[in-house]
Design a protein around this ligand. Structure first.
Ligand SMILES: Nc1ncnc2c1ncn2[C@@H]1O[C@H](COP(=O)(O)OP(=O)(O)OP(=O)(O)O)[C@@H](O)[C@H]1O
Ligand SMILES: NC(=O)c1ccc[n+]([C@@H]2O[C@H](COP(=O)(O)O)[C@@H](O)[C@H]2O)c1
Length: 421
């Protein structure tokens, strides 16, 4: 739990620079904050549907900005990640009341656009509407990928290497292409112990997926677990290669979009979460050049940290996270926070200066069906010979049994009873 106990942990100094600094080749794509606001959500419930009026304005802006770029040299360089703000779709926050005037005057007096352009705009809007309707029609009911016959996925596929020399970034479920022309790509990364991974950890991603689809203009193109390194001093950590493998078994046979990345676990020491996210940015945006849009252009993928309320609250504890790291994580990437039973994440965000500063890049996800499966309790049940059926996937239970994990450990009563160390 306490990274200050990690062998290489140095207490953060004020204004400390990232040490070592992030890979200089790893430039963060200039991706927009997510919407809607979290604290300033205009009294709307967090699970309110996407604001249609705002959506219309954004679409209108998209059309305008794409027209303004037609023929520009930037646009024709199809292989670069847009780092120039002008090349991105507008922020909801950028759409001011002046824009409202601009939009209404466009409607009344299209003085600058030719008739041809207007037809193209209308056609384009119709295309967007049709695509959205199609997507909406497909999205009603249980999704095909949710009922994929995952039991058919072959057993025994090991994707992650056990040493950094043989490491390869997993991309077998990372989409190559954005499906929705109105959305921006997003990869979700969950950092944690996963000792062992449970159905709660799997559900967290599904909850995040629903929230992103409903409330933001991002399209999820991949999801990753990044199990923490063995040097992270936490009770109950099984060796990293077992935790990676259990995550892999859980993903391969229960999900059609989740993957496990062993990079963090294969490092020689504890890697701060800010650097782990830099690694994902490097692999996805720098090395792969982002993702293809429906128009064949490559754009940067936004990367966000997925975490539970307890992890976020640890950001307020002294000496656990460096301020610079928090600015880096929340400012350049962003955070999806799954509310944990009994924790008041909104009040915490309000009280935490750095979080509040980056609140537009943070989305709180309400658990509509509360799930509080705890890895600590699962380990306890295993030690006591009790059933853990239906708390975690069978393949993971089988693996724990085969490798005799968690049977000879003891953990402080305080941790088992719910008080984190
Ligand atoms: N009940 C929960 N609700 C929401 N998020 C949770 C819950 N339990 C765990 N998480 C989140 O899951 C991620 C991975 O958790 P991690 O495995 O590090 O701890 P844990 O699940 O609390 O396990 P342990 O019991 O070993 O402490 C973290 O972001 C954590 O906040
Ligand atoms: N300074 C940091 O980067 C920092 C501090 C505390 C926890 N973490 C990360 O949070 C995750 C979960 O931690 P816990 O299991 O202790 O809640 C781990 O992946 C850990 O690496 C990072």
């Amino acid at each position: 739990m306490d990274p200050t106990k990690a062998p290489d942990f140095k207490p953060p100094a004020k204004d400390e620079q990232l040490n070592p600094p992030p890979d200089p080749t790893s430039s963060i794509p200039n991706s927009d904050p997510i919407i809607p606001y979290v604290l300033a959500d205009n009294n709307e419930s967090i699970d309110a549907p996407f604001n249609l009026e705002m959506n219309k304005k954004i679409k209108s802006r998209i059309n305008k900005s794409s027209f303004s770029h037609v023929g520009s040299s930037n646009r024709s360089q199809s292989n670069h990640i847009p780092l120039n703000e002008n090349e991105f779709q507008p922020l909801s926050a950028d759409i001011s009341s002046n824009d409202d005037d601009e939009f209404s005057s466009d409607k009344d007096a299209p003085t600058t656009a030719s008739q041809n352009d207007i037809r193209t705009v209308e056609e384009k809007l119709k295309l967007i509407k049709d695509t959205e309707e199609q997507i909406r029609a497909i999205k009603i009911g249980v999704q095909k990928n949710q009922i994929a016959d995952l039991e058919e996925v072959p057993h025994g596929i090991v994707r992650q290497a056990k040493s950094i020399e043989n490491y390869e970034f997993p991309t077998h479920r990372l989409s190559n292409k954005l499906h929705n022309p109105n959305k921006l790509p997003l990869v979700i990364v969950a950092c944690g112990s996963f000792s062992p991974i449970t159905y709660l950890h799997l559900r967290m991603f599904e909850m995040a997926l629903d929230a992103i689809n409903e409330q933001t203009r991002f399209e999820v193109v991949g999801g990753y677990y990044s199990p923490v390194n063995d040097t992270y001093q936490k009770h109950g950590l099984a060796p990293a290669h077992h935790r990676v493998r259990m995550c892999e078994l859980a993903c391969e046979r229960t999900s059609s979009w989740l993957m496990v990345d062993a990079w963090e676990s294969l490092q020689s020491s504890f890697t701060r979460t800010a650097k782990v996210l830099d690694h994902f940015n490097h692999e996805i945006n720098v090395k792969r050049g982002g993702i293809m849009t429906s128009t064949g252009e490559k754009i940067g993928v936004k990367i966000m940290l997925l975490a539970g309320g307890d992890l976020i609250e640890s950001m307020g504890e002294p000496n656990v996270w460096a301020d610079n790291d928090l600015h880096h994580i929340l400012g350049n990437y962003g955070c999806l926070i799954v509310e944990r039973t009994g924790s008041d994440v909104r009040s915490f965000l309000l009280s935490h200066d750095i979080m509040y500063e980056h609140r537009r890049n943070i989305l709180i996800i309400k658990q509509l069906i509360y799930n509080d499966i705890s890895s600590t309790k699962v380990r306890l049940f295993i030690r006591r010979g009790m059933s853990v059926q239906y708390l975690l996937p069978n393949s993971v239970i089988r693996y724990i049994q085969e490798h005799k994990l968690y049977i000879n450990q003891s953990e402080p009563v305080k941790q088992v009873m719910g008080g984190k160390e």
